[in-house]
Design a protein around this ligand. Structure first.
Ligand SMILES: *[C@@H]1O[C@H](CO)[C@@H](O)[C@H](O)[C@H]1NC(C)=O
Ligand SMILES: *[C@@H]1O[C@H](CO)[C@@H](O)[C@H](O)[C@H]1NC(C)=O
Ligand SMILES: *[C@@H]1O[C@H](CO)[C@@H](O)[C@H](O)[C@H]1NC(C)=O
Length: 369
C-alpha cells in the first residue's frame, strides 16, 4: 500500500512536469522567468511531509477517506482533495509542489518549488515538541534546497530563480491552539499580547533567514477563526467558540501586517502579500448558502458535536466516525481543515481578488512582480 501510494503520486507529478519540459533543450531545464513556489507551515498546507516522520496519527492524514475526492487515495493532505498551495501552483502553471521529505523530491522539482509544511507545527519549537517539522527546521531544509540549486545551476542562476520565487506560509494557528489546548507551560506563562509578539517574532526571524538566503517574495494567509472550528468547539463547554483563541487570532492579524510593512522598509526588494483568510472563512462559516455551500459549521468527516472529535478515518483512537454524503456541501472536511471545494474557493480569492482580500497584492500580481 505504501509503495503504491508513492508510485501513484510520482505519476501525477511527472505527468505534469513532462508537459512543461518538452520545450526545454538545455541540460538542466529552467523555463524562462518561471517562478517556483516554496510552501511553509502547518496542516493547512502539508502535502504529505508527515508521512515520512515519526509522529502519531493525530498529525497524519495518510489513510482514507482523506484524499478520496480528488487524488482517489490518501496523500497525507488533511483534506478530501487538494490543499491551497496545490491550487496556487496550478494557477501559476507549476506542478503540484512535492513534499520535501518525499523520496522523489530532488533538483527536478526544486526548480518548480517544494513543500516544507508539516501538520501540527507552529512558529515556536515548543509547539511541535519534536513531533513535527517546526518552522526553523523547515527553513533549514530550504537552505539545503538552495545549496543544491547553487551547486547544480551556479550561484547566479540560483540567485535569480530564488528572487523570482514565491514563499507561501500558513503559520501561527497551532501556536495559539497549543497554548490553550495543551499543558505546555512555556506557552502559557506569557500574556496574550506577549505571546502574539513571540509568535510574530519567530515568523519574522524565519522571513529574514529566507531573505538572507535569496528569497524576496512572501505570501501569507492570516490566522483563521480557529476558535470556532468544529474541533475546538467540540472541546468547549456548551460548544461555543473558544474566546481566547478568537482574541489571539484578532491580535495576531492586526499586528502581522505592521511587521511586514516594517520589513518592507528594512529589506531591499522585499515584497509581500497577505490573504485575509479570517474574513473569507468566516463568511463561508456564517453564510454558507451565499457561497454555494450547505453546511458551514459542522465537519463532513468525524463524530460528536459538530463532528469535531477528530475521529475522521478511525485511526486516531476513536474507530467509528461519520462521513457526509456530499462533501461539496461542506466548508470543513474534518475537525479543523476545509474541503477541496472550500480550498479552491479560497485559492481563487488569493490568486485574483482585489485589495478587499489581498494586501497589498494578490498572488497573481506577486508572481508577476
Ligand atoms: C501533559 O499532557 C500529556 C498528555 O497529553 C501527559 O502525558 C503529560 O504528563 C502532561 N504533563 C503535565 C506536566 O501535566
Ligand atoms: C521565539 O520563540 C521563543 C520560544 O520558542 C522565544 O523565547 C523567543 O523570544 C522568540 N523570538 C522572538 C524574536 O520573538
Ligand atoms: C473589490 O471588489 C469588490 C467586488 O468584487 C468591490 O465591491 C470592492 O469595492 C473592491 N475593493 C477595492 C478596494 O477595490
Amino acid at each position: 500500500m505504501g509503495s503504491l501510494r508513492i508510485f501513484t503520486y510520482s505519476m501525477v507529478f511527472y505527468a505534469i512536469v513532462s508537459i512543461q519540459m518538452t520545450c526545454c533543450q538545455s541540460k538542466v531545464c529552467l523555463p524562462e522567468k518561471q517562478a517556483p513556489l516554496f510552501v511553509f507551515g502547518d496542516s493547512l498546507f502539508d502535502a504529505g511531509n508527515n508521512n515520512y516522520i515519526n509522529t502519531d496519527a493525530s498529525a497524519q492524514a495518510n489513510f482514507g477517506p482523506y484524499g478520496e475526492t480528488f487524488f482517489k487515495y490518501p496523500t497525507g493532505r488533511f483534506c478530501d482533495g487538494r490543499a491551497i498551495p496545490d491550487f496556487i501552483a496550478e494557477y501559476a502553471k507549476l506542478p503540484l509542489p512535492l513534499p520535501n521529505l518525499h523520496p522523489a523530491s530532488s533538483l527536478d522539482n526544486y526548480i518548480f518549488g517544494v513543500n516544507f509544511a508539516s501538520g501540527g507545527s507552529g512558529a515556536l519549537v515548543e509547539t511541535s515538541q519534536g513531533m513535527f517539522v517546526d518552522l526553523k527546521t523547515q527553513v533549514r531544509y530550504y537552505k539545503n534546497v538552495r545549496d543544491v540549486l547553487r551547486k547544480k545551476l551556479g550561484n547566479e542562476e540560483a540567485k535569480s530563480l530564488l528572487s523570482r520565487s514565491v514563499n507561501l506560509f500558513s503559520v501561527g494557528s497551532n501556536d495559539y491552539g497549543a497554548r490553550f489546548v495543551s499543558n505546555i507551560s512555556v506557552l502559557q506563562r506569557y500574556s496574550k499580547q506577549q505571546f502574539v509578539d513571540i509568535v510574530i517574532g519567530n515568523i519574522t526571524e524565519a522571513i529574514k533567514d529566507i531573505y538572507n538566503l535569496g528569497g524576496r517574495k512572501f505570501a501569507f494567509v492570516n490566522i483563521g477563526p480557529i476558535g470556532c472550528s468544529p474541533g475546538i468547539r467540540f472541546q468547549v463547554k456548551g460548544y461555543e467558540c473558544n474566546k481566547d483563541m478568537t482574541e489571539s487570532a484578532t491580535l495576531h492579524n492586526a499586528e502581522f501586517p505592521r511587521m511586514l510593512q516594517k520589513l518592507h522598509k528594512q529589506l531591499v526588494g522585499f515584497k509581500y502579500s497577505v490573504f485575509d483568510f479570517h474574513t473569507s472563512l468566516s463568511q463561508l462559516m456564517n453564510y454558507p448558502s451565499k457561497y454555494g455551500f450547505k453546511e458551514g459549521q459542522r465537519a463532513c468527516c468525524g463524530g460528536g458535536a459538530y463532528r469535531g472529535d477528530d475521529s475522521c478515518g478511525g485511526k486516531r483512537g476513536i474507530k467509528n466516525y461519520e462521513l457526509c454524503e456530499n462533501v461539496n456541501d461542506y466548508l470543513f472536511f474534518d475537525s479543523l481543515h476545509p474541503t477541496d471545494r472550500a480550498n479552491q474557493y479560497f485559492s481563487n480569492l488569493m490568486w485574483s481578488a482585489n485589495l478587499t482580500f489581498n494586501k497589498p497584492y494578490n498572488m497573481k500580481q506577486l508572481f508577476e512582480l
